[in-house]
Write a protein that binds this ligand. Sequence first.
Ligand code: HEC
Length: 126
Amino acid sequence: MKTKMISALAVSLSVSLSSVAIADDEAMMQAAGKEIFNKCTACHSLDSSKNAFGPSLIGVFGRKAGALPRFAYSDALKNSELTWDEENLRKWVAGNDDFVPGTRMRHVEITDKAEQDYLIAYLKTL
Ligand code: HEC
């Protein structure tokens, strides 16, 4: 009886410990992504009401490409029919002008898979 209780306790302890570890990972990825996002802030404002040289990226995850009403997108992006899911964001930051030829966004090239993961984790929070 006693051993049963102890092992149940041990199980619940290890479950809650591992979920803490996951939460930490997520936070760490977002923090790392925020650092990488410094490469983007020159053109992308974090104020949702404002488009800078580039469109606001608030709420970009899951949004259709070229969809903000007050931003003058290139025809290439407007007509791309893309949705900003994980896969498309990965291709975009790896080489936006190869992915969408004719885009007005200056070439970026983040090819490191881990860096892409961090950046996307951060973009999801916006
Ligand atoms: C030199 C300025 C500049 C930099 C630096 C820049 N962008 Fe952009 N970005 C733009 C412009 C301009 C557009 C609109 C492109 C178009 O209309 O073809 C854009 C569009 C986008 C879009 C599509 C948004 C939408 O509403 O469809 C995403 C996503 C994006 N940028 C992410 C990034 C990320 C992530 C970085 C940093 C790694 C970055 N950009 C760096 C200027 C920039």
